[in-house]
Design a protein around this ligand. Structure first.
Ligand SMILES: *[C@@H]1O[C@H](CO)[C@@H](O)[C@H](O)[C@H]1NC(C)=O
Length: 345
């Protein structure tokens, strides 16, 4: 900038021109990979080599899971009932709701065998339902009266606080399952089925249920008033609300091997009302492997990513062999291919 320039410029103006530096000139050392056909094909092949075996092994692990899914909400009704009659049946405290189902084990099942209940069309993710709880109240007996977020299940008929308050606890699932194998009971272990962090930190070992499910409309299971919340694992599992309307929750573990073709009888207490909203109830019995329960999605996803990479790598390779081009040939640039056109607009 010379002194002549200076004299033409109003004194307040500031130069917009950036200072010269390698940063402003975009001249810093950088990784500028050249994607030659060789490197592209090699990268794609590497992806395929990693993803395809992972996909195959998780798919085969999923295939080895033995899973029995048994829908019982319709089978546990006395005959063909209309929708209204179903609701009437389940709401009547005097009807017999015991229901015996038998199924055959298709393949040998090694312990531990996980027992779940599966609900369909149950929106545990509804905004007002999810918020209808009070975590302070669950964790400490001092917070018994903190029931603000729990409406309409905050106070009982005598205006005493309900512990645990809120709709989630109120609607606790209350079907029970008792397994019998060749006329001797098959015990289900219901200990240590919830998250340890929930038992330790979220649900107090000195918080006991109070006024719970005692008055008003009964929404679900009752709780043992002499057992602290940290040991009520069915409640702890139920209160970890499901994100999707179709979900399963752990009921317990069977710690015995089941043989192929064995007949297992399960005596169900069909208490929970899913009939008024057309929900389905299923009992799921499943073994696990290193990927968890039956889930083909993971394996299929790995296989499709790996397969696509392999396919693209092979097609690039074939193209490269049939019609190779020199690298960085400027003859292929559009302004060289159509030299007579000034622009494309
Ligand atoms: C089970 O829950 C239903 C509501 O879904 C309720 O009407 C019924 O009284 C409960 N039964 C028992 C035995 O807890």
């Amino acid at each position: 900038m010379n002194s002549l320039d200076e004299s033409f410029r109003p004194s307040c103006a500031v130069s917009k021109k950036p200072k010269y530096s390698r940063f402003t000139q975009q001249d810093l050392p950088a990784c500028k990979p050249i994607l030659t056909p060789g490197t592209v094909i090699a990268i794609l092949l590497c992806i395929a080599v990693v993803f395809i075996p992972v996909g195959l092994s998780s798919l085969s692990a999923s295939k080895n899971v033995v899973e029995i899914v048994h829908r019982y909400d319709d089978a546990c009704l006395p005959g063909e009932l209309s929708d209204d009659e179903r609701v009437e049946f389940i709401q009547d405290a005097k009807t017999n709701k015991t229901c015996t189902r038998t199924f055959t084990v298709p393949k040998e099942m090694k312990q531990p065998i996980f027992v779940y209940y599966h609900l369909d069309n149950f929106y545990q993710n509804h905004r007002r339902y999810v918020k209808s709880r009070n975590d302070h109240q669950l964790s400490s007996p001092k917070n018994e009266f903190r029931t603000k977020s729990c409406e309409p299940e905050a106070l009982d008929d005598n205006n005493k606080p309900i512990v645990p308050c809120g709709l989630i606890a109120w609607s606790l699932f209350n079907d029970t399952f008792n397994f019998v194998r060749s006329s001797s009971p098959l015990p289900v272990n219901k200990k240590d089925i919830s998250w340890r962090s929930d038992r330790k930190n979220k649900f107090g070992s000195d918080v006991y249920p109070k006024n719970f499910q005692k008055s008003g409309f009964i929404g679900g299971a009752k709780l043992n008033d002499t057992m602290p919340l940290s040991e009520q694992e069915d409640l702890i599992i139920w209160m970890r609300t499901a994100a999707l309307p179709s979900f399963r929750k752990l009921y317990g573990k069977i710690e015995a091997d089941l043989q192929a073709d064995e007949k297992i009888t399960v005596v169900i207490q069909n208490n929970y009302n899913t009939y008024s909203f057309n929900g389905k109830k299923k009992l799921v019995i499943s073994t696990v492997t290193w990927i968890g329960g039956k889930n083909d999605f993971l394996g299929k996803t790995y296989l499709s990513v790996g397969g696509t990479s392999l396919f693209v790598a092979v097609s690039f390779g074939v193209l490269y062999l049939i019609r190779p081009r020199p690298l960085g040939d400027s003859a292929y640039l559009s302004w060289n291919r159509y030299p007579n056109l000034d622009s494309f607009d």
